[in-house]
Design a protein. Structure first.
Length: 216
């Protein structure tokens, strides 16, 4: 399957950058390194996005609600990284989302992201209660900047605390922000802000130039 020649998103006039192409680990990596991600639309060929407004969480702006602080101090879960990526993304695919009848994490997406994980570019955070996986999230290392993709929880606060574990990990590696792509109420409450596409792309280029190693 041929590689997609992704254009510079700065030249785009809308959120969709490319329509079509193969959903492969190589194309995924090429997309993320340019600030682009796939977002399937039912009955369309595969669509690749770089939104005109991008949701970004700068760690210096992180705000923890008091309720979340109290839960975190109780340390109800154990956290790991990359211990069960396939299970995390499978759980994320099964999450019922308000206003949606299906999932954008299709079987093809599952296979492609698991391959990207095998190659060392997609990563997961797991929250455990004993030996039971009760929450987590996954995303992609775009070369020193991490793009969060999806979260799930089976116990209250499990995904939110997994996100905080990820932020602590990224901070320890020298990262200063997290790409959360599209704003949600939960992310906004933590201090995320929407920035113009050109500003996001500048930040991504600067982060990649630093050559940070975010994972082992």
């Amino acid at each position: 399957m041929s590689l997609i020649q992704f254009p510079d998103p700065r030249d785009a006039y809308e959120d969709i950058i490319v329509i079509g192409g193969a959903l492969t680990a190589e194309n995924l990596l090429g997309a993320y390194r340019r600030g682009i991600f796939p977002w399937p639309i039912e009955l369309w060929p595969l669509t690749w996005f770089c939104p005109e407004e991008r949701a970004v969480l700068q760690f210096k702006d992180l705000h923890l609600p008091r309720s979340l602080q109290r839960i975190r101090k109780r340390a109800p879960f154990r956290f790991t990284i990359d211990q069960n990526f396939p299970a995390v993304i499978q759980h994320c695919a099964q999450v019922e989302r308000k206003g949606e009848t299906g999932t954008w994490i299709t079987p093809q997406m599952l296979r492609a992201y698991c391959e990207l994980h095998r190659l060392g570019h997609a990563h997961s955070v797991e929250a455990w209660a004993g030996d039971q996986l009760v929450g987590g999230l996954y995303g992609v290392d775009a070369g020193g900047a991490f793009a969060g993709e999806s979260m799930f929880y089976l116990r209250p606060y499990a995904s939110k605390l997994a996100l905080l574990h990820l932020i602590d990990h990224l901070r320890a590696c020298g990262a200063e922000w997290l790409d959360v792509q599209v704003m949600t109420p939960h992310i906004a409450a933590l201090g995320a802000k929407a920035i113009p596409r050109y500003e996001f792309l500048d930040r991504l280029a600067a982060a990649r130039a630093r050559g940070l190693r975010l994972f082992g």
